[in-house]
Write a protein that binds this ligand. Structure first.
Ligand code: PYC
Length: 335
């Protein structure tokens, strides 16, 4: 098969890859448990950099059609580096790696339990942006204590093609989000495709106006600019046990079937910044398909530490086969 123009194609992934699939409140996670590429002996940050630089074909082959589909989030299960960690994990999707993924962490916890590697209790996991803790409850629910989250800017005005002005907040919840409530649509009745294309236009407008997430190094004060690759729309909930309903556009153009744990963390950061939700109070976040996460936070050093609770269920155990003669062994790339 010809290499994609401008891309280095490594064929190391031709060995079979064993995966366990689950879904967290409707959103799929595919955990690679065997056949993980060699990423060296470095830290999870270094291993993530190697995965990004050298294993694009592996990423596509595992997540994209014909073996996967655009909504899957993949998780590479790696040996932890720190004492006390249950595993290290790299999250990825149809277009690249994710900094963090809460629904994926819930899926990883349920997968580790399925493999008999963890039992009920708290388990530390290493991710490329820091440590998170998954608490596996006796009731099957998993609570993830996420990375510190915060709102960076409130009330950002944006001109969106074919729609006019929208106002949103920029927040970090383990990924960068633009959170919008004045989108003028009813999330319960509007077609998913309409929501998706509106959210894509919002993301296009963010790019066009060079509006970024900015991370400031606490030691040097240096700023790093990041693409805001998730757009989150809000509306009133349809469930009595929820406070809000959302629609979340993910980086690869798909929407999150779950309420998006990093998105719920970003929302909690905004509610905290607005002074409308106190530490420890529950926030019920309904997804666009009607599933639910419950979020809470505590405060640390001016940021919040969100804890997101939801359920995940194993749906398949399989071995992915990559026949060198298969013209789509490296996945189908959407143009
Ligand atoms: O639950 O954090 C999340 C997530 C991110 C992208 C898809 N799900």
């Amino acid at each position: 098969m010809k290499a994609h123009p401008g891309r280095v194609v490594y064929r190391l992934f031709m060995d079979p890859v064993r995966v366990i699939d689950s879904h967290t409140e409707g959103e799929p996670t595919r955990v690679v448990v065997d056949g993980v590429p060699d990423l060296g002996e470095g830290t999870i940050e270094e291993q993530t950099a190697i995965f990004r630089a050298r294993h694009e074909s592996f990423r596509r082959a595992v997540t994209c059609e014909p073996r996967g589909h655009e909504a899957i989030v993949g998780a590479l299960l790696l040996e932890p580096r720190l004492p006390g960690s249950a595993a290290a994990v790299i999250f990825f999707n149809n277009v690249g790696t994710l900094h963090m993924c809460v629904h994926g962490t819930i899926g990883v916890a349920v997968t580790l339990a399925h493999l008999g590697r963890i039992g009920p209790g708290s388990h530390q996991l290493e991710t490329s942006i820091g440590l998170v803790t998954a608490h596996l409850g006796e009731n099957g629910l998993v609570s993830v204590e996420n990375v510190p989250s915060y709102r960076q800017r409130a009330g950002v005005q944006l001109h969106v093609e074919g729609h006019g002005m929208v106002t949103g907040d920029i927040a970090w919840g383990g990924n960068w989000f633009f959170l919008v409530s004045d989108h003028g649509m009813d999330l319960a009745s509007t077609d998913i495709e309409v929501l998706r294309s509106r959210a894509l236009l919002i993301r296009k407008a963010l790019e066009a106006e060079a509006i970024h997430g900015v991370q400031v190094d606490p030691e040097t004060g240096d700023e790093t600019y990041h693409v805001i690759d998730h757009v989150e729309l809000f509306d009133d909930p349809t469930r009595d046990d929820c406070d809000s309903r959302n629609f979340v556009l993910c980086p690869g153009g798909e929407y999150d079937r779950s309420p998006c744990g990093t998105g719920t963390s970003a929302k909690l950061a905004c509610l905290h910044a607005d002074g409308v939700l106190a530490a420890g109070e529950p926030w019920g976040q309904e997804s666009i398909i009607g599933s639910r996460f419950v979020g809470r936070f505590h405060e640390r050093d001016g940021k919040i530490i969100p804890t997101i609770t939801g359920g995940a269920w194993i749906s398949a155990e399989s071995t992915l086969i990559f026949d060198p003669k298969d013209p789509f062994s490296e996945g189908i790339v959407r143009s």
